[in-house]
Design a protein around this ligand. Structure first.
Ligand code: ADP
Ligand code: MG
Length: 684
């Protein structure tokens, strides 16, 4: 469906609605509602059912019910502040309708004596009698539709009341456009989908809000479809531009590989093979290496860089932090030592003069390999012939940023990303559907599985004893205290307390990193740890990803239940990266729930990040999965990877079908706009 003036209504601002001014629109914004379309996806959390008429002898105190009664008698007290009381009855008994702060004239009008009326409200019991005070709905018995209905309940925020919010939503629902079906008729039939409009109305009006109801699933499928479609469109666009093939002999890099002090794993070999194929192809590479922490992604990246360089292109390698950039730089210098490749490093700290030289040499092509932080992608940096961009540990790169990146390098530039964020296998396409994926699933041979233990907080002395033993053999220790409270001050003081305690046992050998330190101070402490001037690194925030601390063998994680499983797995991956056995101790406060014990057991028994992420998703729902938060993926408004797994699979299949056929049709424009996916289309 083409978007035009007539059907653009849903995408205009809420202030276009009757009764929504600047003030109300501010309140709506707190609910993340800015466009009219946003209102549609705010589903009711419950319904008040006023449909059926209850007899006065079957009333339930506290429940909202609807009754049909005759008005028997008015009781208007002459004393101020006493409520007006109207006695009504049906053929089963009597009930009082009570009005506070009301006028007699009004009551006589809405409850005329001896007439049949329909009243709906919350049932109370007072002094031996049933009563409804200030009923929400009253009408004469002919207009029963006005009272006898299902009324949706929405989550409200400050400034919004039930009735006015419902009125706003109703306004939109009454004007929903009829949209022609965008899905394959076979799918619609198979899944018994109603059309888009009916499905939405069902959810808002007919109590069909259950996540597994047909109407809900239809809309979820719409959303999943829109999401995967965008990724697929982007993938196609990137591939469409022809690039110059990289021309190199793989045997040359063999020499470097043979000189390493380890043998590559099968997965590493396979990843290099995948990449080489892409580099030599005339379609641009847009690939991600997914591999657990410590699986050896860096060397794969460096070999790829090498192949690009011997094809007479330059390569840029970006790391998220200075320390990590430095570590990659040192490693590159070491393994390329015998070659004539000119390598440079650029970070925020590189001084002006040096930077000037580097910029000049990137432009004239003298520097073939540049490693650095974000500063690599400043506007004023120009390359003579950039052939590959590598980005390490960039899980925060969402679809949009990935596209921007692909644009930056120019037509001949391939892109390689690396990520250690454990995401569930089933979610791979949803998160990385615009890219090709190389997975590194096995660990290097010499690597032992990390031993994972759990301890109650009271047994801290045992942990201290263990640490003493480790320090004697010159091992190092991470100690993580996660945020336990919303309050900064509280967090800070609890960490300082812990720091003081640990420091008492190991004077001058403990470093501390916490959230409110600036980046430079943090890096200084990290360097002290890296250079072994301290043995224990206590930190509140998650320790820098990616840095290789082969000497760290123990990680203590306090309040371990505050973390997701995938995150704990990522944390424990910081240790045991050398030849020595790594250990992870999870420290808990108080008694553990059954669920918590189950979660820990998953962690103890498994060492595969993908599998752990999958279990985590099953136990806690997808919202908590770090892959989702960090992938920068546009949230799903309604689709849920746990409940709608079959729909995800189906959409994947459907889209690969469409890809083959008429892909550029704008049949889906409206759908993608409904789910905010349009802005993710790239112009690469
Ligand atoms: P990550 O995938 O987390 O980036 P790294 O590339 O930093 O992991 O590798 C972690 C450690 O494993 C490094 O010290 C690296 O030298 C080593 N390593 C990489 N590949 C192998 C291998 N095939 N065999 C043994 N050690 C390896
Ligand atoms: Mg790494």
């Amino acid at each position: 469906m083409i978007i035009n003036k007539k059907n653009n209504y849903l995408f205009s601002k809420v202030t276009n609605l009757k009764g929504v001014g600047t003030k109300l629109s501010k309140y709506l914004k707190n609910k993340k509602i800015e466009k009219i379309n946003d209102l549609l996806w705010d589903f009711p959390y419950s319904f008040t059912d006023r449909r059926s008429i209850a007899k006065t002898n079957e009333l339930e105190v506290g429940k909202i019910q609807t009754i049909k009664v005759k008005v028997l008698k008015y009781n208007f007290p002459r004393i101020r502040n006493l409520p007006n009381r109207i006695i009504c009855e049906d053929n089963c008994g009597k009930i009082d309708i009570v009005f506070f702060n009301s006028r007699e004239g009004y009551i006589k009008k809405i409850l005329p004596l001896n007439e049949m009326v329909i009243i709906s409200g919350k049932i109370n019991y007072y002094k031996g009698k049933y009563q409804i005070s200030n009923p929400e709905y009253v009408s004469n018995s002919e207009k029963s539709d006005f009272v006898q209905k299902l009324i949706p309940k929405y989550h409200l925020t400050e400034g919004l009341n039930e009735k006015s919010y419902r009125k706003i939503i109703d306004q939109v629902l009454n004007k929903l456009p009829n949209i022609s079906e965008w899905h394959d008729p076979k799918i619609v039939q198979k899944l018994k989908f109603k059309n888009w409009k009916e499905s939405l109305l069902d959810i808002h009006k007919n109590k069909d809000k259950n996540i597994n109801s047909t109407s809900f699933r239809r809309l979820a499928y719409d959303e999943i479809f829109a999401h995967l479609l965008i990724l697929s469109k982007n993938r196609n666009r990137i591939r469409k531009n022809k690039k110059k093939r990289k021309d190199f002999d793989e045997n040359i890099s063999r020499e470097i590989i043979d000189n390493l002090d380890f043998k590559l794993t099968r997965c590493q070999d396979k990843a290099i093979k995948d990449i080489n194929y892409d580099l030599k192809d005339n379609k641009r590479m847009f690939r991600i290496i997914q591999g657990d922490v410590g699986s050896g992604k860096t060397i794969v990246a460096l070999i790829s860089a090498y192949n690009v360089i011997i094809s007479n292109f330059q390569c840029a390698f970006m790391a998220p932090t200075e320390i990590l950039a430095k570590q990659h730089y040192e490693l590159a210098k070491k393994i390329f030592g015998k070659t004539k490749i000119k390598i440079a490093m650029i970070t925020g700290k590189t001084n002006y003069l040096k930077k000037k030289i580097i910029l000049k040499e990137l432009l004239n092509g003298d520097i073939q390999f540049i490693i650095g932080t974000h500063s690599l992608f400043q506007k004023k940096i120009f390359f003579k012939k950039l052939g590959l961009i590598i980005i390490d540990e960039q899980h925060k790169f969402g679809v949009k940023q990935r596209m921007d990146l692909a644009k930056k390098g120019g037509d001949n530039c391939d892109v390689l990303l690396m990520s250690a964020t454990p995401i569930p296998r089933t979610m791979m396409l949803t998160i990385y559907g615009d890219m090709d994926v190389s997975k590194i699933v096995e660990k290097p041979l010499n690597r032992k599985d990390i031993i994972t233990l759990s301890k109650p907080e009271e047994k801290l002395d045992q942990i201290i004893l263990f640490i003493k033993k480790l320090i004697k053999q010159k091992d190092q220790i991470f100690w993580v205290c996660p945020l336990i409270d919303e309050s900064k001050i509280l967090n800070y003081s609890s960490v300082i307390k812990r720091f003081k305690l640990v420091e008492k046992f190991f004077p001058n050998r403990v470093g501390l990193i916490h959230g409110s330190m600036d980046k430079k101070d943090k890096e200084d402490v990290l360097k002290e740890f890296l250079n072994k001037r301290i043995d224990i690194l206590l930190s509140t925030t998650v320790i820098e990803v990616g840095i290789d601390f082969p000497n760290a063998t123990l990680i203590v994680i306090e309040n371990a239940n505050k973390f997701g499983l995938a995150q704990l797995h990522q944390l424990r991956g910081r240790v045991g990266r050398g030849k020595k056995q790594g250990t992870c101790i999870l420290v808990f406060k108080g008694n553990l729930s059954k669920n918590a014990i189950r979660r820990i057991n998953i962690l103890k028994k498994n060492n595969d990040g993908f599998l752990i992420a999958e279990e985590d998703m099953r136990l806690r729902g997808y919202g908590d999965i770090i892959g989702f938060q960090q992938s920068g993926i546009k949230y799903f408004r309604i689709a849920d990877p746990v409940h709608h797994q079959d729909l995800f699979k189906l959409a994947e299949k459907e889209i690969s079908q469409i890809e083959k056929n008429a892909f550029e049709s704008n049949k889906f424009d409206y759908l993608m706009k409904l789910f905010d996916r349009v802005e993710l289309i790239s112009e690469v």
